[in-house]
Write a new protein. Structure first.
Length: 146
């Protein structure tokens, strides 16, 4: 059952910033998606459905439908999560400092709904040198039709 069928905020064309309470998201989202997106959880390494996907297409936020990454920017990483070297557009995602768990990291959030997607690190490949380490549970993938 696709999330968007029960989610009035889901759109792959509307880029309006959303201001939805966590209580409202909790009513709409499956528990595993809510845990990662709103409670900043994570899935176990090497278990996500998109970890090894190499089909060409676009990755969207599973919470709101915002376009996040193209498969052309995805690369094989040994970290255990789907990894990308750049976001689709500068506004696709936003960043916050994350000093939890005794670490200094940069959190990556959806640029439309502020859902937690994962973290970004400076150990990725060229041309950016960045590694967007994302959780599959908060991503949706649509293969290219060509």
């Amino acid at each position: 059952m696709a999330i968007e069928k029960h989610n009035p905020y889901y759109s792959r064309t509307d880029t309006t910033l959303l201001h939805v309470t966590d209580a409202e998201w909790k009513k709409i989202l499956p528990a595993d998606v809510y845990n990662i997106a709103r409670d900043k959880g994570t899935e176990y390494a090497f278990t996500g459905k998109y970890y090894k996907t190499d089909t060409k297409g676009t990755y969207y936020c599973a919470v709101c439908g915002n376009a996040l990454f193209k498969s052309d920017a995805k690369f094989a990483s040994s970290c255990g999560w789907p990894s990308f070297y750049e976001a689709l557009t500068p506004n696709s995602v936003r960043y916050e400092n994350d000093n939890t768990h005794g670490m200094r990291r940069t959190e990556v959030l959806c640029g439309r709904c502020d859902s937690h997607l994962g973290h970004i690190f400076d150990d990725g490949p060229k041309p950016t040198g960045q590694r967007f380490c994302m959780n599959s549970a908060v991503l949706e993938f649509e293969p290219d039709t060509k």
